[in-house]
Design a protein around this ligand. Structure first.
Ligand SMILES: Nc1nc2c(ncn2[C@@H]2O[C@H](COP(=O)(O)OP(=O)(O)OP(=O)(O)O)[C@@H](O)[C@H]2O)c(=O)[nH]1
Ligand SMILES: [Mg+2]
Length: 408
């Protein structure tokens, strides 16, 4: 593997492993200007060829983007497949896509990438070797010519448009019913899916792999004192995400810009967390989501010195909650912060069916007096059922005082 010295080679290695590569060697090279033909200077390129041969390597991955010509020339020289950073990330995405929409998005990004580098002269290489970068669309589409690729791009785009229209429709339905939505965002591996699982008690793949989640996954979440909400898990961000991927994954991230509140998950045990946080904020800006109110979740406190769950608030800054998703600690603090932020973001009232025990006469009187009761039914056993419409912020106190509430 070659490229400009990476400030974080560890992450590059993780990406390569996430794609399924077994890393035999890591090389760094410094060059003011990449060679037009082979990216590396000729001495360096020949050394690479010798090393590939000595290690019997199938694949060379660059932590850089190469031009189609550079890829081709290098492959011819080193007699192994050569993959750029974009190709690598596309491959990981192809392996991780789960939903129909996610797969279509990956295929589109692959076709788009492919369309710039057709006719690569693969014939000199064993197709079976180093399959990374050739999965999904890449595998079958390689032989196709430009025109067929363009036709396929058109088909995929139309299908994507259909899927997105469906999703927009269900989102609108949720909005009509005023179900608030919360999206988990954050750098890859920060613990979003672990938190998602634990919060929603849903089962979504949580694995110590980059991009374990590609597709947005939605779950119903019951927030004490607020009612139901929809929680979305999203694809993890990564430094230097190729721009065309950001474009291709806009739909995945629509849940983010449309959310009422964001939970920005940060791996606080990672010494580089501040840079990664800044990176995520920059992508949010690009997605038009920087104005969505957010709560910052400092996750993995079990790996830090100070293991106490805690909330920190500062004026003019989003609240910060220290938690451990793995140990399920600090969740009440997340719920509290969510109830507060969603209450602020949504204001307004909530409708639903309330139930009161016979002895809750004072509470019943208050509900009537405030004009929150739309309809009332007495059950045989003395229970009182009420159709209610009341301010969200009152709900928490009322449920604490004995009201059972099921939002409509
Ligand atoms: N020690 C510790 N590990 C955690 C915690 N939360 C998550 N992890 C681990 O961190 C790794 C990544 O977790 P995921 O939930 O898959 O991370 P993610 O943000 O969804 O990652 P992507 O989907 O790849 O963006 C897994 O090995 C988790 O077990 C935590 O609170 N403490
Ligand atoms: Mg995940």
């Amino acid at each position: 593997m070659e490229g400009e010295p990476d400030p974080e080679p560890e992450e590059f290695l993780e990406l390569a492993r996430a794609a399924g590569a077994e890393v035999l060697a890591l090389e760094t090279a410094k060059r003011r200007q990449p060679d037009r033909r082979t990216f590396l200077g000729s001495g360096r390129a020949e050394a690479l060829r010798d090393q590939v041969k000595a290690l019997d390597a199938d694949l060379v991955i660059f932590d850089q983007d190469l031009s189609p010509a550079q890829e081709r020339n290098l492959e011819a020289l080193v007699q192994a497949r050569v993959l750029s950073r974009t190709g690598l990330i596309l491959d990981i995405f192809a392996q991780r896509a789960r939903t129909h929409e996610g797969k279509l998005q990956v295929e589109l990004a692959q076709l788009d990438h492919l369309s710039t580098r057709l006719v690569r002269g693969w014939t000199h290489l064993d197709r079976q070797k180093g399959g990374i970068g050739m999965r999904g669309a890449g595998e079958t589409q390689l032989e196709l010519d430009q025109r067929m690729v363009r036709t396929r791009i058109g088909q995929v785009k139309r299908r994507l448009a259909d899927v997105r229209a469906q999703r927009a429709q269900s989102r609108r339905a949720r909005q009509r019913r005023r179900v608030p939505s919360v999206a988990l965002v954050g750098y890859t591996n920060s613990g979003k899916s672990t938190l998602f699982n634990a919060l929603a008690e849903a089962s979504v793949l949580a694995a110590d792999q980059l991009f374990a989640t590609l597709d947005p996954t939605l779950r119903r979440l019951a927030i004490p004192g607020l009612g139901p909400a929809v929680l979305a898990d999203t694809v993890g961000f990564v430094r230097r995400l190729p721009h065309r991927l950001v474009e291709a994954f806009k739909a995945t991230l629509e849940e983010v810009s449309e959310a009422d509140v964001l939970l920005l998950v940060i791996d606080i045990a990672d010494p580089g967390w501040e840079d990664k946080r800044a990176e995520v904020l920059a992508v949010l800006e690009e997605l038009g989501a920087s104005r969505v109110p957010r709560i910052e979740i400092h996750n993995k406190i079990d790996l830090t010195e100070d293991r106490e769950p805690r909330v920190q608030t500062r004026p003019e800054a989003p609240p910060t909650v220290r938690v451990s998703a793995a140990d399920q600690r600090g969740f009440e603090l997340i719920y509290d912060a969510l109830a507060t932020e969603l209450g602020k973001a949504l204001g307004g009232s909530i409708r639903g069916r309330g139930t009161l025990p016979p002895e809750a006469g004072r509470l019943r009187a208050e509900l009537h007096q405030k004009g929150w009761v739309e309809e009332e039914v007495f059950d045989g056993d003395g229970q009182i059922s009420l159709e209610l419409r009341l301010p969200r912020e009152a709900l928490e106190r009322l449920t604490a005082e004995g009201l059972r509430f099921e939002p409509a």
